[in-house]
Design a protein around this ligand. Structure first.
Ligand code: BJW
Length: 237
């Protein structure tokens, strides 16, 4: 079989689990998952932010601080390696990495063609002037927006009921893809959970790499099970 030219990879929390970051639904590293420790409706919706902004800001301040102590793992590094190597291996080839993760581990591992569709912990969004700012510290003290001075910064994270970022770029990449690979995601959250069906519709090959079968497993041509730090480098190299 000839090599695929355009590869689109979707990653989820499972790719960062072995870096010590909690997954949302299935407990990683023997501990409880994030949604077992916090009710989604209390912390990850726009309504929750209106109802109890302190609770929401504290939740994200804690996670923003925590991810800065984590390191990219072998799976993140393998995907960055693939992106660099692919155009040399397949002339005109490309690797687009769409991530649902809000940590910055893909970026720190060296992935450049990266679409963080659910936002980023290390960014703050001003709801008053619509500016975005690299942000590493807390938001609980309501710091002024560096652009307009209003105390209207919120986590730059896509909550339930909000539209994920860069959907046009994702659809453009999907339309060209001849291989779609899903890594470490439960397939429980849309629209990302629907990408495999989109890939099938346009005739791309589809591969799932995961610890366990996901909700959408039946849609994939092939599924390989195991921890991301093993199965991702095995697939890439
Ligand atoms: C390992 C591993 C190891 C573990 N190695 N693997 C009914 C039908 C359809 C849709 C809806 C519906 N009702 C509501 C909706 C919409 C809603 C939705 O999907 N809800 C579902 C619950 C049904 N979606 C939305 O609201 C989205 N917006 C939207 O739809 O807008 C409309 C629109 C879209 C497009 C165009 C126009 C309009 C927004 C969704 C935002 C999701 N936000 C979150 C929270 C971010 C904030 C935060 O971080 O606090 O994003 S939810 C959470 O889930 C987070 C994740 O990115 C996302 C996906 O989770 P993920 O990554 O899959 O993690 P887990 O924990 O679920 O799975 C981990 C996996 O890893 C497992 O499979 C393990 O096996 C595996 N694993 N260790 C390899 N070592």
């Amino acid at each position: 079989m000839s090599l695929p030219q355009h590869i689109v990879i979707l990653t989820g929390a499972g790719v960062s689990a072995e870096s010590g970051i909690d997954t949302f639904r299935s407990g990683a590293n023997g501990g409880p998952s994030l949604w077992e420790q916090h009710r989604v409706e209390d912390v990850a919706t726009p309504e929750a932010f209106v109802r109890d902004p302190d609770l929401v800001l504290r939740f994200y301040d804690m996670r923003r601080a925590a991810i800065q102590e984590k390191l990219p793992n072998a799976a993140h590094r393998a995907l960055a390696r693939l992106e660099r190597a692919w155009p040399a291996k397949v002339p005109g080839g490309s690797v687009t990495l769409v991530t649902q993760n809000v940590d910055d581990l893909h970026r720190r591992a060296g992935s450049d063609n990266l679409i963080p569709m659910h936002g980023q912990h290390l960014s703050a969004w001003c709801t008053a002037c619509d500016s975005r700012h690299a942000w590493t510290g807390p938001l609980i003290d309501r710091p002024p927006c560096p652009t307009c001075g209003t105390a209207a910064l919120r986590p730059d994270i896509v909550w339930f009921g909000e539209v994920p970022y860069r959907m046009d770029d994702i659809h453009d990449a999907m339309a060209r893809a001849d291989l779609f690979v899903s890594i470490g995601t439960s397939g429980a959250v849309y629209p990302a959970a629907g990408f495999v069906r989109l890939a099938r519709e346009i005739g791309a090959e589809t591969l799932e790499l995961n610890l366990d079968r996901s909700q959408g497993s039946a849609w994939f041509h092939d599924t390989r099970l195991g921890p991301a730090t093993q199965i991702v480098p095995d697939w890439v190299d």
